[in-house]
Every structure is written in C-alpha cells, then in structure tokens.
Design a protein. Sequence first.
Length: 198
Amino acid sequence: MRRRKLSPEERDLWSRVAATTQAIHPVRPAPPDDLPAPQSTPKQKPPPPKPDLRDFRIGQSAPGFVLRQDLAPPLSERLAAGPVRMDRKAHQKMTRGRLEPEGRIDLHGMTLAQAHPELIRFILNAQSAGKRLVLVITGKGKRGLDEGPIPQRQGALRHQVPHWLHLPPLAAAVLQVTPAHQKHGGSGAYYVYMRRNR
C-alpha cells in the first residue's frame, strides 16, 4: 500500500497544531563546544577485607592445643531439669545435704570397665537391704589431652554413672539421681534414691 503525500493545506494545518503542543520530556540543551561532555564513571566496590592468615610452611607444626567449648549443658543442669519422682520434701532435704546416705561406694580411680560391674553389684545389694539413699563417688575427673575431632568430656566416670543408673538392670532399682551436696562430695558424687524393695 502506497503512502499518500500531504497536501500544502494539510501541512499548514499540521504545523499550526504542532506549534501549540508542549514536549513531555524537554530536550536538554547541548553542552558548549569548548567543554567536554560528562562521562559516567561506574562506581567501584571496595575490595573485600583479606582474612588474617598466618604464613604456614609444609612441615611446620600446627598451633598449640586450644581448649574447646562444650556446647552441651552441664550434667548438673541436665539432672536438675529431670522430673522429681520422689517425695518433694525428701528431695529438698536430700539436695540440701540434710539426709545422710545409708551407704556409699567410691569408684574414684577405677576404669569404666571396672566401675560398671561394681556399681551394679552395690546398687542391687543396697536395694535388697532396704536402703533408700546411697552415695556414689565418682570424682571430678581430669581433663586429658584432646587431640581428636570429637571433644572429650572431663571425668568419664562422672558422666557415665548417671547414664548407667537409668539403664537396666539399675533403672528398676533407682528412683532419683542428683548431684551430691558439697558436704558429701559436690559435683564429684551423686545421691541415688532407691525404690522400695517389693
């Protein structure tokens, strides 16, 4: 299809209409010839901070032993958070050191393999003898050299004994386990309150 050319009258009409309009976006004046046109410079990001790395050579020994943080809550907090299964008044007296243990066993210095059967024998004999409160002394333990990827806990017996007391065959004999009062050994010993022998 061919485009039709405007007649002189139509061109005159168009020029009069165009003269009455305003531009939506006004045209910016061109800069003078003697000034250079402004150039937009891209913003440069600051370089990221370099990590503080020490020089290390092959064959050089690694830095010394660093004490790791134990993310698990302390054993005393975990035991205290457990439910009270015994009489509350007796429990308060026991935790304040006002109840005297009727028997005690000292596992301090034993290995885990030696201590486990001794604990089983002692607890079952105490229950069969009708004792209600006994003291299990574990000691606080020593922190060994921790070189592996899994952190080691201080005092293997201190952490293992409450676990053993909640497993068969001792779980049927034990009603409550709490850390001992300071006068009975503090965090290096446990009160074990026994179930009644039926």
